[in-house]
Structures are given as structure tokens and as C-alpha cells.
Design a protein around this ligand. Structure first.
Ligand SMILES: [Zn+2]
Length: 448
């Protein structure tokens, strides 16, 4: 299996440290609905997990949920996003977080994404965050200002490496008067103090005053607690490279003395009708908006996987229509495939070619083109469906894979002259609304 590693900027043959591949995905900040562009990353990383499993690996994946500490700006100023959501909706921060976590998980399931082994809420790791700050401080990487504990990026000589940052340029471009107490423009808060009179519902007493963790810290802490570094693969969006992931790497080294991750995968953005997704442009679509227009979450997934995670994808409703057609065509082919008794034939090695394409840096676009062009046996369709998680068989049309298995089992029972079992299965299928007609070539089925 090959993956493009952002750290080395090379396509590398993937070799995990053990049979269980340790993966971490930066998750959502739960203060608002996630739009279709937000779900793109989770769909891409779901394909990564499924491809690893198809290649014989086990996976332990951790996803964090940011329910405190993510400021409106990445530069340690502005409001906490959760506080902002609570004020907007007249709810408590916990209520806001719980509401949007539920919505996120509901859509996660609607997209048929494999649930991560661990879903970690940032607020469950505060004590561990404090311990990490203690260790960074003991190791000489932090300093205190009037509004928090800051990471001194000048103390970590590899700080600029990951994102190839121009630190002197950054220093020169720093806003005048912005946090005079910061030693370097790239320094960031690992802990923020709450000033007297400042409204902030989520607060923890640490260093003798109320405060809360800096946004980047939770990822370093959760990885340390749940996976142990170095992990095999760290995933995120390209917007995470210069600040969030750079800071995670620095913190992990400063607190624990370890490299954070061996491979880094970053996905690019989704644009809509050629423009970036933003409220002011009125193009913030949710999955529920697509459903209202007659599209299944699987159509969106199909559209997304017809391109590559490293490319900017431009979403239009015309292209979504195309993806829907392709999905319906595939479903029709699956139904036909069974009727034509293509259950056992595997002459074209359809699945293995498809898996090989996806194993090459998740090239699902090439795999989809192969599927379009080649005959696929029913057995291969089953494997392909599992690889992409598109629910093709489950939805074809409203028939679960077990039904196909039953039909197949009945054919075998008849071949072995086990008519009692064959009749039993026929009745079971009739109860599901499926009638069978025996022909010299085997049974064909139809809905009644
Ligand atoms: Zn993160």
C-alpha cells in the first residue's frame, strides 16, 4: 500500500509499526452543524481505514471532539467557538456540544462511515492537559503571560520544518500591538487564563486561577493517552498544516520527547460552484439539504470518492446528479449480475484490480473508472461494496446481502437434491416479497 506523506512530501510504501495501525483524525468543533465540505475529510479517512482493513491490517482509530478551547481565530484571540454557539442559541455550552455531537454522529452513520474505536471529548482530558503543560514547562518550553501559558517556538529548533514555515517573515508580519507579551509571533497558547469578569462557562482551576486548555493541546494529549506516540498515521485538512499540526508536533516533543506521527495525510478543500463555502455566499449545504433535493448521503459519498483527497473538489448539483446516476447504474448491474448467475465467476479479477488502485494513495477515481468499464461478478461486487461502504447491495433495491446469500444457498440445496431446505428458503424469501422461478440455468427472482 502506498500513501503520500505530507511530512516527507513523497509517495511512500506504507509500513506500520505493528499489525494494529494507529490512526488519529482531528475531529469537529461542535458549535454548529457540519456542512457537506466538513464531512469530506471523514469520508476520505473512512476509505483509508477500509483500504487498510482490506489489505489485512487491523486499525485502532481515535477521533477527537473539540468541546472547549477552539477560538474563533487560530491565533489565540477571539471568542471560544463553543461559548459563541451557546450565546447564539441561548443554551449552555454542554447542551450545545451534546446537540451537535448527536447531529454529527447521526450523519456519520448516514454516510455509512466506520465508527472510530475511540471518540474522545476534549473536556474528558483536562487533567492530562494540565500534566502535559507541567511537563512542557519542566522541560523549558513555555513561559507565562498575563493571559496564559505560551509555547516558546524558538526553543524547538524543528518548529518550522513540518510546514516549511518562514518564521522571520512571520515575525515581521505580526500585527503591531498584538499580545506584546509574546516572545515570537509563532508562539501559541497551551493554556488560557480567564480574566476576572470574563464570561467563560467551561473553566478549570490550574496554576491558581481559572482557565481552559489551548485548542491544539487536546490532540497531543489524546494521542498520548489513547494511542501512544509515534502513531502510524495522522489525518487532517491542509489548513491544519501551518498552525494546528505544527503545534501538535511541537507540544508532543516538548512534553513527551517523542515524534508524533510517522505518516501525515492531508485532504484539500471542497468548493461549491467554484467558490469557497461560506455563510455570506449562502452556499453552506448540509446533508439534509441534499436529501431534500432527492439525494442520498451515498450519492454525496459517491461524488466525493470519484475524485482524489489531495485535489480541490468543486461541488455542483449537476455533478452530484452524475454521481447518483452512476450509483443507480451500479445497483442495476448488481441486480442483473445475480440474475445472470455471475456469482462464482471471478475471471477478470475485478476486485483485486480495484483494491490495487485504491491501495495506491487512495485512488478511488481510478478504481471507479475500472468498475465502470469492466464486468464484475456478484462476489466481487460484495467486496467492492465493503471497500467503499456505498451500501450498493443493501440498497439494491431494498434487498439486504443476506437475501442474495439465501438465493445462492437455495441453488446449492437444489443441486444437492436437498428439497426440504430448498422449500424452506423459498418460503423465507416469499415472506420477504421475493418470488423465485426455476429455470434450467438456476433460479431467477423477482419482486411480488
Ligand atoms: Zn488536531
Amino acid at each position: 500500500m502506498k500513501l503520500y506523506n505530507t511530512a516527507s512530501k513523497k509517495l511512500e510504501t506504507f509500513k506500520p509499526l505493528s499489525d494494529v495501525v494507529k490512526i488519529y483524525t482531528c475531529g469537529p468543533t461542535v458549535y454548529n452543524f457540519q456542512h457537506i465540505g466538513n464531512y469530506a475529510a471523514y469520508i476520505y479517512w473512512d476509505l483509508l481505514v477500509r483500504t487498510l482493513i482490506a489489505n489485512g491490517y487491523q486499525v485502532k482509530r481515535v477521533l477527537n471532539i473539540t468541546d472547549v478551547g477552539h477560538l474563533v481565530s487560530d491565533a489565540d484571540d477571539g471568542e471560544d467557538k463553543l461559548e459563541k454557539g451557546a450565546a447564539r442559541e441561548g443554551k449552555s455550552v454542554e447542551e450545545v456540544a451534546n446537540y451537535y455531537i448527536d447531529d454529527f454522529m447521526k450523519n456519520f452513520r448516514a454516510l455509512n462511515l466506520k465508527e472510530p474505536e475511540v471518540i474522545a471529548r476534549a473536556t474528558d482530558y483536562i487533567e492530562k492537559d494540565e500534566k502535559a503543560v507541567d511537563q512542557m514547562t519542566a522541560n523549558g518550553y513555555t513561559y507565562e503571560t498575563s493571559d496564559g501559558v505560551y509555547f516558546d517556538t524558538a526553543k524547538y529548533d524543528k518548529y518550522a520544518d513540518f510546514a516549511k514555515l518562514d518564521l522571520s517573515g512571520l515575525q515581521a508580519g505580526a500585527r503591531v500591538g498584538f499580545s506584546d507579551e509574546k516572545h515570537n509571533a509563532s508562539d501559541f497558547a497551551v493554556w488560557k487564563f480567564i480574566k476576572p469578569g470574563e464570561k467563560h462557562a467551561m473553566r478549570w482551576d490550574y496554576l491558581g486561577r481559572p482557565g481552559y486548555p489551548g485548542w491544539h493541546l487536546e490532540c497531543s494529549t489524546i494521542i498520548h493517552e489513547e494511542l501512544g506516540e509515534p502513531i502510524d498515521i495522522h489525518c487532517g485538512g491542509i489548513d491544519h498544516i501551518p498552525i494546528h499540526h505544527t503545534n501538535e508536533i511541537a507540544q508532543t516533543f516538548a512534553a513527551y520527547g517523542h515524534e508524533l506521527s510517522r505518516y501525515w495525510l492531508h485532504c484539500d478543500f471542497i468548493t461549491i460552484d467554484g467558490q469557497k463555502i461560506s455563510k455570506s455566499l449562502g452556499n453552506v449545504y448540509l446533508l439534509s439539504d441534499l436529501k431534500e433535493r432527492g439525494f442520498s448521503p451515498m450519492d454525496y459519498k459517491m461524488w466525493l470518492l470519484s475524485g482524489h483527497y489531495q485535489g480541490t473538489r468543486n461541488f455542483t448539483f449537476e455533478s452530484l446528479e452524475g454521481a447518483k446516476k452512476r450509483r443507480l447504474n451500479w445497483r442495476a448491474r448488481i441486480a442483473e449480475c445475480y440474475q445472470r448467475k455471475m456469482n462464482e465467476t471471478d475471471a477478470l479479477d475485478g476486485y483485486y484490480n480495484v483494491l490495487a488502485a485504491v491501495s495506491n494513495n487512495l485512488n478511488s477515481a481510478e478504481a471507479f473508472a475500472m468498475i465502470d468499464e469492466h464486468m464484475i461478478s456478484f462476489g466481487d461486487w460484495k467486496k467492492i461494496d465493503k471497500l467503499f461502504g456505498l451500501k450498493l447491495i443493501e440498497d439494491t433495491p431494498d434487498v439486504a446481502p443476506e437475501v442474495y446469500d439465501l438465493i445462492h444457498e437455495r441453488d446449492n440445496a437444489r443441486a444437492e437434491k436437498n428439497f426440504a431446505r430448498s422449500d424452506e428458503i423459498r418460503d423465507e424469501l416469499l415472506a420477504k416479497g421475493i418470488a423465485l422461478r426455476d429455470t434450467p440455468d438456476g433460479a431467477v427472482w423477482e419482486y411480488i
